[in-house]
Design a protein around this ligand. Structure first.
Ligand SMILES: Nc1ncnc2c1ncn2[C@@H]1O[C@H](COP(=O)(O)OP(=O)(O)OP(=O)(O)O)[C@@H](O)[C@H]1O
Ligand SMILES: [Mg+2]
Length: 341
């Protein structure tokens, strides 16, 4: 478990002070994929680099598995850092070394024997899907392959935590997805905690369990990805969610109609209830008819979620009763307007 307590970071240059982090409190559970999203300059990299003290906070504590890293001697800190791997937007590979040598680098630093290094490198090449590329140099690899080398190198010493600083921001969408799939696979195979920072909501939605939104050095919102997607509270969060909103007009004619009678409701679905015929059952019971005005459905990690905007038509009490039934079935229902019936 990672705990950041009352973290502050100031950068001073001459008389000017930048407050990069202001009172950050964050708990990241073991084995989860935790995303931190924010605009450029929000403090994402500073926050991530605080976790392994590449950036020393001005104030506050960084506690990893019960050990307060800010209190350690340089030697103990170096030992603890081996338990925290890191990957970068621009890969940071040694260009004059082969793929194998790049991956072996942290093992050599840790004093691992030559034969153990060889065996471990072989294992890591297979894990990241680079089986036959070991003798190549970074310049001979695609961006996606370079990031796979970065991941293998970060995992070499069997860390408990993997920090990812915009690990897919230099990659095209398809390669991004393959790297995200690899991170998901590594997380489930190794039960490694992953903390990633990004400015892309797509990344959060694809693989994260929980998310924190950082703005001007402060966490303005956090929660499970599902909660934050369904009920964003902060304006910045809403902006990010718009990046991935893809409304589909299911019934343009119904949406365009000038007849405004009926009750318009929005139903928010999450998980398997998405596929349940709850709506059809409810309308059968109450006798209202409905038309679908708009709907979206997407996937969040492995969970389907979506929104459906429908107009219920029929006696007002029947519409009310339908809403009660939907809510009793566990659906989240918002009522837009009670029109005249
Ligand atoms: N070494 C430094 N010296 C002075 N100011 C810095 C330093 N590093 C970061 N800052 C400032 O701290 C703030 C947060 O920077 P940070 O790099 O953490 O943002 P970020 O969210 O990672 O942005 P980006 O998405 O552009 O990478 C910014 O105002 C930045 O200018
Ligand atoms: Mg950054």
């Amino acid at each position: 478990m990672i705990k950041l307590q009352q973290l502050r970071k100031e950068y001073r240059s001459g008389s000017h002070t930048t407050h990069a982090l202001k009172e950050i409190n964050l708990t990241i559970e073991k084995g989860e994929i935790f995303g931190i999203i924010g605009h450029s300059g929000a403090g994402k990299s500073t926050l991530l680099r605080s976790i392994n003290l590449l950036e020393r906070p001005t104030e506050g504590k960084v506690i990893v598995d019960g050990v307060d890293l800010t209190s350690l001697s340089t030697k103990r800190l170096q030992e603890q850092r081996r338990r925290i791997g890191m990957i970068f937007q621009h890969f940071n590979l040694l260009s004059s070394a082969t793929v194998e040598e790049n991956i072996a680098f942290p093992l050599r630093l840790a004093g691992t024997s030559k034969s153990a290094v060889q065996a471990r490198v072989r294992e890591l090449l297979d894990l990241v899907g680079l089986g036959e590329q070991g003798r190549k140099y970074p310049a001979q690899l695609s961006g996606g392959q370079k990031q796979r080398v970065g991941i293998a190198r970060a995992l070499a010493t069997n860390p408990d935590v993997l920090l990812c600083d915009e690990a897919t921001s230099a990659l095209d969408p398809q390669t991004t997805n393959s790297i995200l799939a690899l991170l998901l696979d590594i997380n489930s195979k190794l039960n490694i905690t992953i903390v990633l920072i990004t400015h892309e909501m797509h990344v959060i939605r694809s693989i994260c369990d929980r998310v924190a939104v950082i703005h001007a050095g402060q966490i303005v919102e956090q929660g499970s990805v599902a909660e934050v997607f369904m009920k964003p509270r902060h304006g910045v969060t809403k902006q990010f969610i718009e990046q991935v909103a893809d409304p589909v007009e299911l019934d343009a004619a119904a949406a365009d109609q000038t007849d405004v009678s009926g009750t318009v409701i929005q139903i928010n679905f999450l998980g398997e209830t998405t596929y349940d015929p709850i709506l059809s059952r409810a309308v059968q019971q109450t006798g209202v008819t409905f038309s679908i005005l708009q709907g979206t459905i997407s996937r969040m990690k492995n969970t389907p979620y979506g929104q459906l905007v429908v107009r219920l038509q029929g006696p007002a009490e029947a519409a009310e009763q339908t809403i009660v039934l939907l809510r009793e079935s566990g659906l989240d229902v918002e009522v837009y307007n009670h029109g005249l019936v």
